[in-house]
Structures are given as C-alpha cells and as structure tokens.
Design a protein around this ligand. Structure first.
Ligand SMILES: NC(=O)c1ccc[n+]([C@@H]2O[C@H](COP(=O)([O-])OP(=O)(O)OC[C@H]3O[C@@H](n4cnc5c(N)ncnc54)[C@H](O)[C@@H]3O)[C@@H](O)[C@H]2O)c1
Length: 274
C-alpha cells in the first residue's frame, strides 16, 4: 500500500544483489512510496546482471561502487548528485560479507586477512560512505541513513563468526557519525537489527535453516521478513521519524526481548528434557 511517504525524496540503495536481497525489496518499496533512486553494488555483483531488472522496474540508474574504495564511493556520490540535480535525502547501507564465514574458518582460528577484508566491506564501508557524503556535502538537511545489522552484535551466535564483531563496530559507527552529522546537517543515522532472512548473505551462515526456525519460534510475532524490513526502512527514510537518530532498532518480531518462548520449551520437553 503506497502512501507517497517518500514523494520528492532521492536516495541511494547499496546492496541489491537479487530479488531476495533486503536492498532489492527496499528499493521496490521506496519507489512505490514515490522516491527517486540510484542503485549501486560492487562491480563483480553487477556482472551477474540481475540488478538491471530492478533498475528498469524502479527507473533508477545503476552506478558501480566497491565499498572498500574511497574513489568509487566519491564517484558514486558525484554521479548521483549530477543525476538528481542536487543532494540525496536517504541512503540504505545493505552490505556485508565475511570470508571467514564463507570459507568455514572457526572464530578461534580466524584468518586475519579474511577478517580485514570482511571488516572493510561490512563495517568500515559505512564510515567511508558517511565521510565521503560529509566531505562532498551530499546529504540534504534532515536526511536519513540506515544500515542493516544483526543481534549477534550484542549476544553470542557462534556461527555468525567475525560478522558479530563487524556488526558491533557498524552499530558504533552509526552512533558516532550520527552525532557529527546530526550537528552538521540534522542528518540522522540508525541501524536496523533484522531477523534472520533468507538471502544470499543470510544463507551463508552455517546451520541457517535451524537458526531461522529457532528465531521464528522465539519471536512472539514470528520472524520479520525482507518486505517488512523494507517497510521499516521506508518509515525511517520518511519525515515521520525525523527525531530518531544514533539508534540500533530491533526489527525482529520481539526476539530480542524474549527470554524463552512456550514453543521452545515444548520442543525441549519433546526431546525428553524436564
Ligand atoms: N539475511 C539475514 O539474515 C540478515 C539479518 C540481519 C542483517 N542482515 C544484513 O542485511 C544486509 C544485506 O544482506 P542480505 O541478507 O540482503 O544479503 P545479500 O547477499 O543480498 O546482500 C549483501 C550485499 O553486499 C554486497 N557487497 C558485498 N561486498 C561488496 C563490496 N565490496 N562493495 C559493495 N557491495 C558489496 C553484495 O553484492 C550484496 O548485494 C547485510 O548487511 C546483512 O548483514 C542480513
């Protein structure tokens, strides 16, 4: 249901890989709410070609940028400003990757080359994007930046591996830059801590199927899906949430504040527990 919540707003969406991506759904929802978009992803991801379908659907240009490259990010902003004829109102950071997760390297034996790469892509990229925008004055007054995170930043989920550390730093960067950008231009910066969701990045985590059904049973509302996450992003990009900044916002059907659920207790009882 579209309400023109983003009418007249211009945004950059990082991380739409295929139609399961949270960024893909968010682009569709933002477009439906009246926003004009620029889509971006790493050159290697663009070569898969799927994004062209989304670009056509949302009438958005696609501009390649590897989030580990300052040059690419500045080029992305310069081209986006030119395309829009002015600054942007919102940015979605929906980017993450861990080579330790991908290659099944145990947390206690992490390969630090992999750790550096994953940190650069998953955490530092938010700083790079905000720093480039700050320098180029690319975000309009009362703009909104959202990055996606996961509760492993606060609590232990062993197979989330070094991505847990990456998410903790991502959330910290959102808070710190949120302070500086708030003072400079009333730009707000938040993270959304999303339920486990079936996407390329999500499914890379070991035991993902068990993980997703555990979360489903622990959450009074069930897991939040990618469409619901897209709606939450729209709300945060809209003028209805202007005073929300530097927050980590749980979007997880109540998972984060549930100690244990009746469904989990019953499962354990079935296994012969007390
Ligand atoms: N899927 C989940 O269970 C879940 C839960 C909570 C948070 N998140 C977060 O949501 C975000 C989006 O992930 P998703 O689940 O939609 O998966 P996804 O695989 O569809 O998206 C990840 C994106 O990161 C991009 N990327 C990787 N390296 C890059 C680079 N060097 N430069 C630019 N882009 C690069 C990929 O091309 C891809 O588009 C991630 O931050 C992820 O950690 C996912």
């Amino acid at each position: 249901m579209a309400n023109n919540l983003l009418k007249g707003k211009k945004g950059i969406i990082f991380g739409a890989l295929d139609e399961n991506s949270i960024a893909w759904k968010t682009a569709q929802h933002c477009y439906a709410e009246g926003a004009e978009l620029v889509l971006t992803n790493a050159p290697i991801a663009l070569r898969m070609g799927a994004i062209n379908k989304l670009a056509e659907e949302t009438k958005a240009p696609v501009i390649a940028a590897d989030v580990t490259s300052n040059e690419d990010i500045e080029n992305l902003f310069n081209k986006s400003l030119e395309h829009f004829g002015g600054g942007v109102d919102f940015i979605l950071h929906s980017v993450g990757m861990s080579l330790n997760v991908r290659k099944g390297v145990h947390y206690t034996q992490n390969n630090y080359e992999f750790t550096h790469k994953g940190f650069d892509i998953s955490s530092l990229s938010l700083h790079r994007i905000l720093a480039a925008a700050y320098k180029l004055d690319a975000i309009n007054e009362w703009g909104s930046v959202v990055a996606l995170t996961y509760i492993a930043a606060q609590r232990i989920f062993p197979d989330y591996n070094d991505m847990a550390d990456n998410k903790a730093i991502l959330e910290s960067i959102a808070r710190n830059f949120g302070y500086h950008y708030g003072l400079k231009k009333h730009v707000r910066v938040n993270t959304i801590s999303q339920s486990p969701t079936r996407t390329t990045a999500g499914s890379g985590v070991k035991g993902f199927d068990a993980f997703i059904s555990y979360a489903e049973k622990m959450s009074p509302l069930g897991n939040a899906d990618a469409d619901a996450c897209a709606d939450y992003c729209v709300a945060l990009f809209s003028d209805l949430t202007k005073m929300v900044t530097m927050q980590n916002l749980f979007h997880d059907g109540g998972f984060s504040f549930t100690g244990v659920s009746q469904a989990i207790i019953e499962d354990i009882q079935k296994l012969g527990g007390e």
